[in-house]
Ligand binder design. Structure first.
Ligand code: CTP
Length: 212
């Protein structure tokens, strides 16, 4: 399927800053309005490296907030494939087993592709692929509270593992990699993933692109 000129919109920001809520709200509201044919959504987390060759204990030692944890080259290859009109098999990732599952999700090429993830704007080969960049500038204390709740409820973690990981990797990586990448954003969104004005601005831009 030829999709004409595509637009890739990246949504980055700290862990638990509301990236996936923002991206999925834009996606779902536009799909309800315009149908799902011309919009697709990808997650950087799906591109965490496969660690099935490592034991569970070894996997818990990985720094999941460092760029080396991601297979960004595969994500860039997939974005290029979607741009050229080819469907891709997006990997699926489990935060409980710290590796990919056996399943993949088929993503069809689309005119507008949303991608969300913590380190998207830190990688030059990815930045070259992005037409519009958004940074979720949610206060870190709000992110931390959300992260604790989510990791305990959804990701099978203990409070001590969450606090240790936060101090050792999540917080240092925010200051080393994520915060400096804000300079590459076209749009900085305050107040989290429910910022409806920012959602409406991105939706309006996408409607305009789809009408061209
Ligand atoms: N992570 C982890 N264990 C793994 C893989 C990832 O704890 N096996 C954590 C990393 O520490 C990283 C986070 O997952 O900080 C990345 O996911 P995050 O951005 O928090 O998830 P989203 O749901 O996309 O966040 P948001 O609330 O912004 O949508």
């Amino acid at each position: 399927m030829a999709v004409g000129k595509n637009t890739i919109i990246a949504i980055a920001g700290a862990s638990a800053s509301g990236k996936s809520l923002f991206a999925s709200t834009v996606y779902q509201e536009l799909v309800a309005e315009l149908g799902g044919e011309r919009i697709a959504i990808l997650s950087e987390d799906a591109y965490y490296r496969d660690q099935s060759h490592l034991s569970f204990e070894q996997r818990t030692l990985t720094n999941y907030d460092h760029p080396a944890a991601f297979e960004h080259e595969l994500l860039a290859t997939h974005i290029r494939a979607l741009r050229s009109g080819k469907a891709i098999q997006m990997p699926q990732y489990s935060y409980k087993t710290h590796t990919r599952t056996d399943e993949t999700i088929t993503v069809q090429p689309a005119k507008v592709i949303l991608v969300e993830g913590i380190l998207l704007l830190t990688d030059e080969q990815l930045r070259e692929q992005f037409d519009i960049t958004v940074f979720m500038d949610t206060p870190l204390d709000v992110c931390l509270l959300r992260r604790i709740k989510r990791d305990l409820e959804d990701r099978g973690r203990s409070l001590s593992s969450v606090t240790e990981q936060y101090e050792n990797s999540v917080r240092p990586a925010f200051f080393e990699f994520i915060a400096p990448s804000k300079q590459y954003a076209d749009l900085v969104v305050t107040r989290g993933g429910k910022n409806q004005i920012a959602i409406d601005i991105i939706k309006a831009k996408i409607r305009q692109l789809l009408a061209e």
